[in-house]
Write a protein that binds this ligand. Structure first.
Ligand SMILES: O=C(O)CCC(=O)C(=O)O
Ligand SMILES: [Fe+2]
Length: 411
């Protein structure tokens, strides 16, 4: 694709010339720096410039087969980073331009990555956890993955339309990103009392087979219920505990960072209660989140995760399967974002006032970047079903803390 003499390049160029023939030549002048970066990395033509993308896997000899497997590779010095060694002895990277952003490249072993993929599909994408498919379909209680493995041709029926339900418009498929009020401890009660109407089943939805629906799985909720229409947690539905494996990965990652080194020389406004980083070692406790499933053409537009009462405590994000370009900017879309190539097994932490509520997004899943350790595993014949799904998929497990540990929610 990056080779101008290749068929793929010529095809993308023809397509580009066709679609841009009547475009206003000043269109890009109105874009914010974040939007311009999204457009740049989404574009099939001209191919994005990966020399500007931070790719720390290129420094790790043990990941050379993974880097070589895809045609996409960035540069280890594309963005200024500060390397450090975590308390558990692995390499981490901080970003002087954005204190609170931490990258732990290849933190998870290939075995752990495969375990988390199985967990996401087999154990997690099923009741009582909500998925995007539940909005329109009456899914089997074993979940879409288990139903698919048993019989891909099994039919799943749409939910019946209940005439007296107050609906808001919401479509299945990609997450809809609407502006919402940033949550904090003062508006929390008012936010949690806003009525949360059910999403509307659509009258146009047809029955579908499990094989048709599986690639349309986009997200599965973790912990506190989240309502995508209103972008608020629905605390009345209670909380499902965060699975121990996930909780441990997140806590270990957060506790392995020397936060004093990250924050002690900064002077950010941490809000009315002041800085809380000195408590994370003891008080960080994930209680919500989402598993995102991306097919290679999917994107996640610029957004801020601000529904959590905790506005600064760490958000931990685990990447699995195909690599992606992750953009993270500032508190508005006017800040030019940093592009980071996230590969399978990488863990990102977003924390503190400069980063936890910064705009971020995923404009591109990089095709053909499934690492070799996701290919058929000789001593695990069952893996091939997962491999077939992962051939077009990236999974992101995105874990947050909604409540400060000493905040007692009253419902
Ligand atoms: O997929 C990712 O890396 C980021 C996902 C994300 O930002 C979110 O779930 O809010
Ligand atoms: Fe996010």
């Amino acid at each position: 694709m990056n080779d101008p003499s290749s068929q793929a390049y010529k095809k993308a160029r023809r397509q580009y010339l066709k679609t841009t023939r009547n475009r206003d030549p000043n269109i890009d002048k109105a874009w914010t720096p974040f939007r311009a970066a999204e457009k740049h990395f989404k574009a099939r033509f001209p191919p994005p410039d990966f020399a500007k993308v931070l790719d720390l896997a290129t420094l790790d000899a043990s990941r050379a087969p993974e880097v070589a497997a895809g045609i996409w590779a960035g540069k280890s010095d594309a963005v200024e980073t500060r390397a450090f060694v975590t308390k558990s002895g692995i390499k981490g990277y901080a970003f002087p331009s954005m204190p609170g952003l931490i990258l732990l490249p290849g933190l998870l072993s290939p075995e752990k990555q495969r375990e988390l993929i199985r967990w996401s599909l087999v154990e997690h994408s099923r009741q009582p956890n909500e998925t995007n498919l539940d909005i329109h379909y009456r899914l089997p209680s074993e979940g879409i993955w288990n139903a698919y493995v048993r019989d891909g041709s099994a039919i799943v029926h749409p939910r019946p339309i209940e005439a007296d339900t107050e609906y808001i418009k919401q479509n299945p498929g990609p997450r809809k990103l609407i502006d919402n009020i940033p949550a904090d401890t003062t508006n929390f009660e008012c936010l949690s009392n806003v009525s949360k109407p059910l999403a509307p089943p659509s009258s146009t939805i047809q029955p579908a087979t499990c094989s048709d629906l599986l690639p349309r799985l986009r997200w599965a909720n973790i912990g506190w219920f989240y309502h995508w229409g209103t972008k608020q947690y629905d605390f009345s539905k209670g909380k499902i505990p965060v699975h121990d494996t996930i909780r441990k990965i997140c806590k270990d990652a957060v506790q392995s960072v020397d936060w004093k080194e990250i924050f002690s020389s900064t002077n950010f406004d941490w809000g009315p209660n002041g800085p809380d980083w000195m408590d994370w070692q003891e008080n960080y406790e994930p209680d919500a989140g989402i598993v995102n499933f991306y097919q290679t053409n999917d994107t996640l537009m610029a957004h801020v995760d601000r529904s959590e009462i905790c506005a600064t405590s760490p958000l931990v994000s685990i990447s699995l399967g195909h690599a992606a370009v992750f953009l993270i900017g500032g508190l508005t879309r006017e800040t030019e974002p940093i592009p980071i190539l996230l590969r399978s097994g990488d863990v990102v932490i977003m924390s503190g006032p400069a980063c936890r509520r910064a705009y971020h997004g995923v404009p591109r899943i990089l095709e053909n970047t499934l690492p070799p350790h996701m290919a058929d595993v000789v001593d695990d014949p069952e893996w091939s079903t997962y491999k077939n799904y992962m051939d077009s998929t990236r999974i992101n497990i995105n874990v947050r803390q909604v409540f400060p540990k000493d905040f007692d929610p009253v419902f």
